[in-house]
Design a protein. Structure first.
Length: 289
């Protein structure tokens, strides 16, 4: 089998926390990275810079300084402004199917025909999102985890139309990033979101019913089952709004066992979204960018 090199040029559509993390890891690998951000481009770049300096403080950058890596990253105002000569585009906009399809359609018209296009969706159907593309054989899911630089896993999600060669490239690129892949067939919630949301929703119901406080529930899973992080703190890190959207999607596709608890809906309505807002099931003294 021919060795697959790192992508020379990568585009990321969306400069939020996930998009910035994806941009950071590919720039650290040595790729030139272009971020398409329709909002505040300076804020997207600042997120990458913050992540690089944190990685440097932990001794994770070898042979390059944060500023040298940041020089490989540029921004544009829209997916239609991306350069055509990229090897990989990762769509990382919010978990809204209409928005994702709109962005993917713009990407499809902009980049060259042999570029791999991936979605960072955590639960939406890759088959359905692929209808936005003229050639869905070059499309798959690359579900990164938060925080991207520190996470060990990338969930690669394949649709029936996805070409084997595209899967091979994605697997090789994940390995070059120093991460491990799991390859999953397209299904609502894939493997990780389906299992993670199931555990998280039950933990929220337990809190709602007064079974125990948030810290006790999380410590039970951390110490009893060796989970590195409890389900409620994990929900704070993911974002309560994100978890609610995934739960609603899974309830619609897989049934009422994924119906979101009242407490989750109430917290999202109050703006208690987790780490990014400073308050979720726990208080965060330094809200995430």
């Amino acid at each position: 089998m021919t060795e697959i090199p790192a992508p020379a040029r990568v585009a990321v559509a969306g400069g939020g926390r996930m998009g910035a993390g994806i941009a950071q890891v590919f720039a650290t690998l040595g790729s030139e990275v272009v971020i398409a951000e329709t909002g505040d481009q300076a804020a997207a770049r600042a997120r990458v810079a913050t992540g690089l300096h944190r990685a440097d403080e932990r001794g994770k950058l070898i042979g390059s300084t944060p500023d040298e890596i940041l020089e490989r990253i540029s921004t544009v105002a829209a997916p239609s402004d991306l350069p055509g000569d990229v090897d990989l585009v990762v769509e990382a906009v919010p978990e809204n199917p209409g928005l994702k399809i709109e962005v993917l359609a713009a990407i499809d018209k902009t980049v060259r025909a042999d570029a791999v296009i991936a979605s960072n969706t955590s639960s939406l159907s890759i088959t359905e999102l692929g209808t936005a593309l003229g050639d869905p054989s070059r499309f798959l899911g690359m579900h990164f985890f938060n925080p991207v630089p520190a996470s060990a896993l990338v969930e690669i999600v394949t649709a029936p139309a996805t070409a084997d060669a595209v899967v091979d490239k994605a697997v090789a690129w994940v390995a070059l990033l120093g991460k491990t892949e799991v390859v999953i067939n397209d299904s609502p919630g894939f493997a990780t979101s389906r299992l993670g949301v199931c555990l998280g929703l039950e933990a929220i119901r337990m809190l709602e019913e007064g079974v125990a406080d948030a810290d006790a529930i999380d410590r039970a899973m951390e110490l009893g089952y060796r989970h590195p992080m409890g389900p409620l703190r994990s929900t704070d890190l993911v974002g309560l709004d994100v978890r609610l959207a995934i739960a609603e999607h899974l309830a619609a596709t897989l049934g009422p066992r994924f119906e979101p608890p009242r407490l989750l809906r109430e917290k999202v309505a109050r703006g208690e979204l987790g780490r990014k807002s400073g308050q979720g099931f726990f208080a965060w003294t330094a809200p995430g960018l």
